[in-house]
Design a protein around this ligand. Structure first.
Ligand code: NAD
Length: 315
């Protein structure tokens, strides 16, 4: 297949990219090296992919019309749209920037697809759209979405825009709600990356709240399998899938698991809860199992172990 992948240099994008190339696909990746975290991580993420002749990289911003004009009709079979401003807390500081990239950027992409008759599109959504809904575990057809951050709103708006384009312009769009993704190349703003770094460097681990917030941590290779399952799934209506691990783990349990693997205790400091953070996430993946063959294999301990092995190659 000929694939356009946005956000190719990021954590999920670069892992997916290598898998797509290993399966013999041709991939054109776009990324603007957004300064949310240092460019050096993203350049390193792309090193393996550059060795593959089926990969071409374009440094470009999805919010710039010229980016899309420069593509013309490239006969893409599918667009996988991962580029976004990620992260809940910073979205509360930069709301306009988040909506610009995550909503307007998505709109530019959908227009490009519509004009060039590229019908298959996968959109990276997030478990954050469920917000503070208490009907756990979250079913994908849960009607009451209760987002509490700008990031979550921007992802929900992205989903709704996709649904609109599906209905009115006859595209073929799937939204995938990822649940906290873990593993090699995880972003430096995310908990496991921050905690591992702090413990190794004898720094303080800051926990917001009392350690009793819960997350459904999902390993990157499982997420990649789910995305590929969705790529091969033939839908003729707008569909949403949860990609989660179906186990929810407390923040204190997370820290304890990292301590056990590193063989070192964390110095913990407790601070008040942060605006936008939800108390729990927990996926129901029955629909994804049945229709995408999604079957997560890797537990938290193994996932953190693989992250630490990768982290040690950086330092
Ligand atoms: N990591 C998670 O736990 C998680 C959970 C739920 C949803 N998601 C979603 O999955 C996707 C990938 O997340 P990630 O963790 O790999 O984040 P990431 O920040 O590592 O990757 C996103 C990439 O998009 C690029 N980008 C940002 N703005 C851009 C723009 N205007 N033009 C072109 N490229 C741009 C960034 O430079 C970055 O490389 C995002 O859409 C994110 O919202 C991630």
């Amino acid at each position: 297949m000929r694939i356009l992948l946005t956000g190719a240099a990021g954590f999920i994008g670069s892992n997916l990219l290598e898998k797509l190339l290993s399966l013999g696909n041709e991939v054109i990746g776009i990324d603007n090296f957004d300064p949310f975290y240092p460019r050096k991580y993203k350049e390193k993420n792309l090193e393996n992919a550059y060795k593959n002749k089926n990969f071409r990289f374009i440094e470009a911003d999805i919010c710039t019309p010229a980016t899309w004009e420069s593509f013309g009709n490239n006969n893409f079979d599918v667009i996988i749209h991962l580029a976004a401003k990620a992260g809940v807390r910073p979205s509360m500081v930069q709301p306009v920037e988040y909506n610009k990239v995550n909503v307007l950027g998505t709109n530019y992409l959908l227009e490009f697809a519509r004009k060039n008759n590229i019908r298959k599109i996968l959109f990276a959504s997030s478990s954050s759209v469920y917000g503070v809904n208490k009907n756990l575990p979250w079913l994908v057809d849960e009607p009451n979405l209760e987002p509490i951050s700008i990031y979550a709103y921007s992802k929900l708006a992205g989903e709704q825009l996709c649904e609109f384009y599906q209905d009115y312009f006859d595209l073929n769009i799937t939204a995938l709600r990822f649940f906290t993704v873990i593993g090699p190349r995880q972003r430096p703003d995310l908990a496991i990356h921050k905690f591992v770094k702090a413990i190794i460097e004898d720094q303080t681990v800051t926990l917001y709240g009392n350690g009793q917030t819960f997350r459904d941590y999902t390993f990157i290779d499982d997420i990649v399998s789910g995305i590929i399952g969705a790529m091969n799934y033939d839908n003729n209506k707008f569909e949403i899938f949860n990609l989660g691990n179906t186990h929810t783990v407390s923040l204190l349990e997370l820290v304890k698991t990292i301590e056990d693997i590193l063989g070192k205790k964390a110095k913990i400091e407790y601070l008040p809860e942060q605006k936008g953070d939800v108390p729990f996430t927990w996926s129901d993946i029955e629909k994804s199992r049945n229709l995408l063959g999604f079957n997560p294999q890797t537990d938290l301990k193994e996932g953190i172990g693989q992250f630490i092995n990768w982290y040690k190659t950086l330092v």
